[in-house]
Write a protein that binds this ligand. Structure first.
Ligand SMILES: [Zn+2]
Length: 286
């Protein structure tokens, strides 16, 4: 058992607030700094299904990657979905803490976890944080143990991440050889030009839009592998839980941690063609 303020301090040592983008909102959303924390649930999204899971388990703190509030609010009435969520947490005596772009840029952070899940090694930031720490920054670039065709790489990505209805889709010649890979957990099409300049064979990210992707293909960019946003950030959760446990145990404190496996990808249905019988997994071969 440990006080919430000590858990927050440990989380901020792991995910320094100064790494946060100016538009972002991270840190403690609700919770009494003097409250005792026994159980901490880690999840990607602060949504009702995650709060159900947290309260069923008896969590005292929920740590999410995505912020609950990104824009200023004038109230948290329980008549709104977000206000309801805050009420449920406070009524149960549970806090909410978010580590978003600071966790993206931290080392180890969200992008190290994604790179490790894909088996990449010799990783370095795609966009260095500029704070003098060569390991911190946005995205990661790394190398596969062996070169492999894009079809095999897509299978690798699908096997490494939690299953979602949308699955994994890719753009590029199926036989193109992939050895160097850039990754960016979450929405990464703003980094397409940077990825092209990095000269990698493939880029794994989420929420790739039609026009930027099409233009990247027309200009001879790398193969693009588009995964579910939630799935791209999920590998961070077990890392963060283990790091918090270690950080607190160094200070003589213990908490019980749990990683949410509740899928919070908003997309829940996917078909490749009407009545084709095609399912997820099959399209990776095409
Ligand atoms: Zn995200």
């Amino acid at each position: 058992m440990v006080r919430l303020d000590a858990v927050v301090a440990a989380l901020e040592r792991l995910y320094p607030p100064e790494l946060t983008e100016s538009w972002d909102a991270v840190g403690l959303v609700c919770g009494d700094p003097g409250a005792e924390v026994r159980r901490v649930l880690f999840a990607v999204d602060p949504v009702a299904a995650v709060v159900d899971e947290a309260l069923d388990w008896g969590a005292d703190l929920v740590v999410t990657h995505h912020p609950l509030f990104l824009r200023p609010v004038h109230g948290v009435p329980a008549t709104t979905p977000k206000g309801r969520l805050v009420h449920r947490l406070i009524t149960a005596g549970a806090g909410l803490f978010t580590a978003h772009t600071n966790a993206d840029r931290a080392a180890p952070g969200v992008n190290d976890a994604l790179a490790a899940a894909l088996g990449l090694h010799d990783t370095y930031p795609l966009v260095p944080a500029g704070d003098g720490d060569p390991a911190r920054g946005l995205g990661r670039v790394g190398r596969l143990p062996e070169p492999e065709p894009l079809t095999a790489f897509v299978r690798r990505v699908a096997a490494a991440l939690p299953v979602t209805a949308a699955g994994v889709r890719a753009m590029g010649d199926p036989d193109t050889v992939v050895e160097t890979v850039a990754v960016c957990g979450g929405a990464g099409d703003s980094l397409l030009a940077t990825v092209r300049a990095a000269g990698v064979d493939a880029y794994v990210t989420a929420d790739l839009r039609h026009h930027p992707s099409s233009e990247a293909g027309e200009s001879g960019g790398p193969a693009l592998v588009d995964v579910a946003h939630w799935a791209s950030e999920w590998p961070w959760l077990p890392d963060a839980a283990a790091l918090l446990t270690a950080e607190l145990s160094g200070a003589g404190a213990t908490v019980e941690t749990r990683v949410s496996t509740t899928p919070t990808d908003p997309w829940t249905l996917h078909r490749t063609a009407p009545e084709s019988g095609a399912d997820e997994g099959a399209h990776a071969e095409r």
